[in-house]
Design a protein around this ligand. Structure first.
Ligand code: FE2
Ligand code: FE2
Length: 250
């Protein structure tokens, strides 16, 4: 039976398998009873960032439904966005439960979640420019991975540090899945590389639509910036700076 799965060769089979291997349980893999609220509350800056991160994760139904509609004919993309929808929900759920468990104020309410969605652009994405939202998605996931990893390193409350590590690992996988989708498009249509480079230089984190300023890892995080550029260069075979030079010469 498993041989049949291995030989299909579809990208989504690989993504589904990676998701299966990386899966973790909000209920069982976080020791909720062991949370040290006093230690957590002693780092209010971290908890404020967690609250923003939870709001951004809660925004996925709006963000991903647009991506799913635009990419309805790409079977692999449908799977990647479905996995993102579920795991993004898990991230939101775990972060909100954690903030409630330590008694962080203000608590996240359903009205908060609705008000973000009410402000959002709910129309369709531009079908003439399919690469920009894919690049934005990939780079947002890439930065989310660094954001959660750095926060995990800074968090002194052990349960939080462990949970953030699990979330960061999911985000690494999400960024890679998005990269695979882009690579597939570029293999079929290499001239789309210039669209990818353009989208990367004009990159805007999708979370800005949800919470305004996004608490991303980028600022001052040299590794996050270098690997951000490296992702694009690997896909396009061209450095972002060289693309900018060419664009300025034109
Ligand atoms: Fe997430
Ligand atoms: Fe994600």
């Amino acid at each position: 039976m498993s041989d049949t799965i291995v030989t299909t060769g579809a990208l989504y089979v690989r993504h589904a398998r990676a998701a299966d291997r990386g899966t973790w349980s909000v209920e069982r893999d976080v020791d909720w009873k062991a949370i040290d609220a006093r230690t957590a509350l002693a780092q209010p800056d971290i908890l404020a960032k967690l609250r923003d991160a939870a709001l951004i994760e809660s925004f996925h139904p709006v963000n991903l439904s647009r991506l799913i509609r635009l990419n309805w004919d790409d079977i692999d993309a449908g799977v990647v966005f479905s996995l993102e929808m579920f795991e993004g929900f898990k991230h939101f759920h775990a972060l909100r439960l954690y903030l409630d468990a330590v008694g962080y104020e203000p608590p996240i309410t359903d009205d908060d979640l609705r008000s973000i969605r009410a402000r959002a652009e709910r129309g369709d994405l531009d079908p003439a420019d399919p690469m920009t939202p894919l690049v934005e998605f990939m780079l947002s996931e890439h930065l989310a991975a660094y954001f959660f990893r750095r926060l995990s390193e800074q968090a002194r409350e052990p349960q939080l540090a462990a949970m953030l590590e699990l979330i960061a690992a999911d985000e690494v996988r999400h960024a890679q899945s998005a990269s695979d989708l882009i690579a597939k498009r570029l293999a079929a249509n290499p001239e789309l590389k210039s669209d990818v480079l353009r989208a990367a230089t004009a990159f805007k984190h999708y979370g800005t639509e949800a919470v305004g300023d996004v608490p991303v890892a980028m600022e001052g995080d040299d590794v996050a910036i270098r690997t951000f550029a490296a992702r694009i260069e690997r896909l396009c075979g061209m450095r972002i700076v060289d693309h900018l030079k060419t664009a300025m010469e034109m």
